[in-house]
Design a protein around this ligand. Structure first.
Ligand code: SMG
Ligand code: MG
Length: 368
């Protein structure tokens, strides 16, 4: 594929409900959409970087800058035979994983479309329907959270994840267990704790959680290993795992027993598949995380999560979990049995609604 042009758009979509994590409250999803043109075909990818560098070090402005100045120039006019040939072209640019991952996703979509295959097939995915979970933010009161959990369970979601932070942890989990009994439940701290908080996790250890996600700092594999040794509940790393090499090291020192895979965090779908393969070889389960993606990123997540070692329900909710109106047709929907069907049409398997993308765009540029 000879890359003729790349369109970048900054898009903001309002959330149906505010989403609060240990690092802040969000009322809209800000991302970049990448559209790559080659030989009369096109492919789409999403950079789910948000408007501030709080989940990781990137935001939509830094991603735009790095894409415009460094990543897009590295591919314009180039012949790229396969999406796996893209990471080496941008390897000398340090980090900026979300920015790179958005372009790689667009190349995968383009490549799969040109071959008349689904992205799922191109990536090696095998599962047709995925049991999915939903991630719930911190609320002003526990009753509000309990109500929301009840609503999502009624829709059929197969597991609940709740965000925790100091002061919103053990008591909240105790109440959830008291009301909903033995539902599949997990928690995510987004690094809000320190090793001095080990007692909180020993208390949580008594509640039969599926896993405890990213309790400590991103760069703190050693302390995660020390904490894991005190717990029966598997620790799951999210922010800490930014590459296949981080995944290998974390598993080798026992820093976690499960990994949350997000292509955006690890620099692209190729790296995400590599982490999947490494975990599969070691018998370590993985699941697909989310970054509140629009349908463009969501469809790619579904294709990725259909690989065989994605054995735990992902943060792969339906479009209407966050958005009144998604920017793809058809939207992602939850089946009554709590599963989502993986798209099977060529590429992402969905149609990007240009009218809605246009309406949500705050900045657009075409590079050729
Ligand atoms: O896409 O449903 C989703 C969001 C899932 O909780 C989620 N993501 O740390 O796993 C995580 C968070 C990161 C985003 S917080 C704004
Ligand atoms: Mg997380």
């Amino acid at each position: 594929m000879r890359i003729d042009a790349v369109e970048l758009r900054q898009v903001t979509l309002p959330l149906r409900f505010p989403f609060e994590t240990s690092f802040g409250r969000s009322e809209a999803h800000a991302c970049l959409l990448v559209r790559v043109f080659a030989e009369g075909a096109e492919g789409w990818g999403e950079v789910p970087a948000e408007s501030a560098p709080l989940y990781n070090e990137e935001d939509v402005e830094t991603a735009w800058h790095v894409l415009e100045r460094f990543v897009i120039p590295a591919i314009l006019g180039k012949e790229i035979a396969h999406p796996r040939d893209f990471p080496p072209l941008v390897a000398r640019i340090r980090r900026h994983h979300m920015a790179k991952a958005g372009v790689e996703a667009a190349l995968w979509d383009l490549y799969a479309r040109q071959q008349g295959r689904s992205l799922q097939a191109a990536l090696g995915g095998t599962q047709e329907r995925l049991p999915v979970g939903v991630s719930l933010g911190i609320e002003p009161e526990v009753d509000i959270l309990l109500n929301r959990i009840s609503g999502f369970l009624a829709q059929g979601y197969r597991r609940i994840k709740v965000k925790i932070k100091p002061g919103w942890d053990v008591d909240v989990v105790r109440e959830i267990r008291a009301v909903f009994g033995d539902i599949p439940l997990q928690v995510d701290a987004n690094s809000a704790y320190t090793p001095a908080d080990a007692a909180v996790f020993r208390a949580l250890d008594g509640y039969g959680l599926l896993l405890i996600e990213q309790p400590l700092e991103e760069d703190d594999l050693i302390d995660h290993a020390a904490l894991q040794a005190q717990l029966r509940t598997p620790l799951c790393l999210d922010e800490s795992i930014v590459s296949p090499s981080h995944a290998r090291k974390a598993l080798e020192i026992g820093a976690c027993r499960v990994i949350n895979i997000k292509a955006a965090r690890v620099g692209g779908l190729s790296a995400a598949v590599a982490i999947h393969d490494l975990c599969r070889a070691r018998g370590v389960p993985v699941w697909c995380g989310g970054l509140l993606e629009t349908g463009v990123g969501r469809a790619a997540n579904l294709a990725l999560a259909s690989l065989p070692n994605f054995t735990l329900p992902g943060d792969l909710s339906a479009s209407d979990r966050y958005y009144e109106e998604d920017i793809i047709d058809p939207p992602v929907v939850l089946e009554a049995d709590g599963t989502i069907r993986v798209p099977t049409s060529p590429g992402l398997g969905v149609t990007v609604r240009l009218d809605r993308v246009e309406a949500a765009s705050t900045r657009t540029a075409l590079f050729r």
